[in-house]
Write a protein that binds this ligand. Structure first.
Ligand SMILES: [Zn+2]
Length: 275
């Protein structure tokens, strides 16, 4: 789980630790490659796992839809043969991260920026309309945040929107139900505990201090700290994809436009985790 890719001069610059420098991201992507792993969108990872493949794939996600994603992250991802999922806020197009009171203010992508990311082969998912914590939202806001953000993104990209990402990683059973009702096929959280499943996937935060050694340790701890994703999650996602293509045969599912979608078939141990 990444957020912003930009130059950082010190910790005071980045109180929420949401920024990695392009140089650090480059080293992290190299680290994956040297271990025989490849970063892909969440859609591609889930499809591959459903087909019994994907042991060497790691899902890369970027939350909030910062403008720097297109300028700084996309060129590095492409250079390393990776794709990723970008979770954006269609209620704050061209705005800033006003939900972080300490700042610094970072510009968010416009409609054109979101299309540029999609055209570069990245999956676009919803992070809600305006970065609202779903566990404290009223029923009306809950439905709007999930369903309306999905409609807006579909009209911006012209593609189906399969993924949702809970702002702040906070999730409860009511939020999961709203995400399901809005028509998403998967949703990302951080540490969803007993809710862990296709609509509450665990992820690991990756930051500027994450060297290869720290990433290795985080991967080990992830398995102890978080509940495993049940195998049923992958078959549920495959069923969702099949149902979507039946009800909307002309709609483009997110994974169908990503370059390099052929996942390496591998019998290697399952070392990759949604991150
Ligand atoms: Zn966020």
């Amino acid at each position: 789980m990444y957020h912003s890719v930009a130059d950082v001069t010190g910790p005071a610059d980045d109180p929420y630790q949401v920024t990695v420098t392009p140089a650090r991201l480059e080293r992290q992507l190299s680290w994956l490659r040297h271990r025989g792993l490849r970063g892909v969108s969440m859609d591609e990872l889930l499809r591959a796992r459903a087909a019994g493949r994907g042991a060497r794939l790691v899902a890369l996600t970027f939350d909030d839809g910062y403008a720097d994603f297109v300028e700084r992250a996309v060129p590095l991802l492409r250079r390393h043969g990776c794709t990723a999922t970008l979770f954006v806020l269609p209620g704050r197009l061209g705005g800033t991260n006003e939900w972080d009171p300490l700042g610094p203010r970072k510009p968010l992508l416009t409609e054109d920026g979101i299309r540029a990311a999609a055209d570069a082969g990245m999956e676009i998912g919803s992070h809600g309309l305006r970065h609202t914590d779903l566990t404290t939202a009223n029923n009306e806001d809950l439905a709007r945040d999930t369903a309306h953000s999905r409609e807006l993104l579909r009209s911006i990209t012209g593609r189906e929107v399969a993924g949702y990402c809970y702002p702040y990683g906070t999730v409860d059973a009511r939020a999961v139900e709203a995400v399901r009702a809005a028509g998403y096929g998967y949703a990302c959280a951080i540490s969803p505990g007993p809710l862990t499943g296709v609509l509450a996937l665990p992820r690991i935060h990756v930051g500027q201090s994450d060297t290869g050694a720290r990433l290795f340790l985080k991967q080990l701890l992830h398995r102890r700290r978080r509940e495993p994703v049940p195998t049923a999650a992958y078959t549920q996602y495959a069923a969702y994809v099949a149902a979507q293509s039946k009800t909307a045969p002309d709609a483009t599912m997110p994974g169908t436009t990503a370059p390099g979608t052929a996942a390496p078939d591998s019998a290697a141990p399952d070392t990759a985790v949604p991150s």
